[in-house]
Design a protein around this ligand. Structure first.
Ligand code: BTN
Length: 259
């Protein structure tokens, strides 16, 4: 990826700043540092290669040079967006779905933060928030996308099947045009974040609807039920084999289909 080409591809987006790294440890780390130094809303960090990309929990995210997308956007929440923090992770996933859906594929969101094709993960979202008391000062929305086969990590490193866009589509994809489309969708859907339309769009892309899934929370507790859909606040609605429907709120949770 060449910085000049990147700047040209993104020139018509209302970004307030852009930093490009041929190689960096993690674009989320670079964006968090920049945000702490005062980066404006809609400042973007892009790297061609990450050497210590981070996933949720203690997971790693691999981004070798030339084969994927790794970028992080600084967002400074507006008053109407306060209280919508689970929505920011979903915003990344919805934007990836829209851009990839525009390329003839049918992506789905594995709640809360993975994007799948054919039940295999090709994109992950890592959203990190800096709080000042009760107020969110800034959110860093980090998105990783496996584009070419070289971006897919070795199977033994994974706890979920993984793929990349080129394998699923059978054609080469232009990373810069994909990045542009994801960012454009993200900016559009952000403007609808407080609207019910946003949760509807998120719900439409939900993976495993009607299937039995298990959700493990951060304490190791496992909940099992048929995945029915999203509540209006983005919580997941599950129907257990016995007993009442219950909802799971966003958190450090892991969802798996029961096969
Ligand atoms: C996950 O699947 O657990 C989330 C993966 C998020 C990876 C992206 S790549 C760009 C940004 N920088 C990081 O270090 N992580 C995110």
């Amino acid at each position: 990826m060449k910085e000049d080409n990147l700047r040209t591809a993104l020139a018509d987006l209302p970004l307030q700043g852009l930093r490009f790294f041929a190689q960096t440890s993690s674009t989320n780390d670079a964006a968090l540092t920049w945000a702490a130094d005062g980066a404006s809303d809609l400042s973007l960090v892009v790297a061609d290669e990450q050497t210590s990309g981070r996933g949720r929990g203690s997971r790693r995210w691999m981004t070798p040079a030339g084969v994927g997308l790794a970028f992080s956007l600084v967002l400074r929440p507006k008053p109407a967006e306060m209280g919508l923090f689970p929505h920011f992770t979903a915003l990344g996933a919805v934007a990836v779905c829209e851009a990839v859906g525009g390329r003839g594929l049918a992506p789905q969101i594995k709640w809360p933060n993975d994007v799948l094709l054919g039940q295999k993960k090709f994109s992950g979202i890592l959203c990190e928030t800096s709080w000042l008391g009760d107020t969110a000062e800034y959110v860093v929305l980090g998105i990783g996308v496996n584009v070419a086969p070289g971006s897919v990590p070795p199977a033994q490193e994974l706890n979920f099947p993984v793929t990349c866009l080129e394998t699923e589509s059978g054609t080469p994809l232009d990373r810069l045009s994909l990045l542009r489309d994801i960012l454009q969708a993200l900016i559009y859907w952000r403007s609808l974040l407080p609207s019910p339309l946003f949760v509807r769009m998120w719900d439409q892309h939900l993976a495993f609807r009607g299937q039995i899934v298990e959700i493990r929370d951060e304490h190791g507790q496992v909940l099992r039920g048929t995945l029915e859909g999203l509540e209006s606040d983005g919580s997941l609605r599950l129907r257990p084999a016995k007993g009442n429907v219950f909802t799971v709120r966003f958190g450090e949770v892991h969802l798996h289909p029961v096969v």
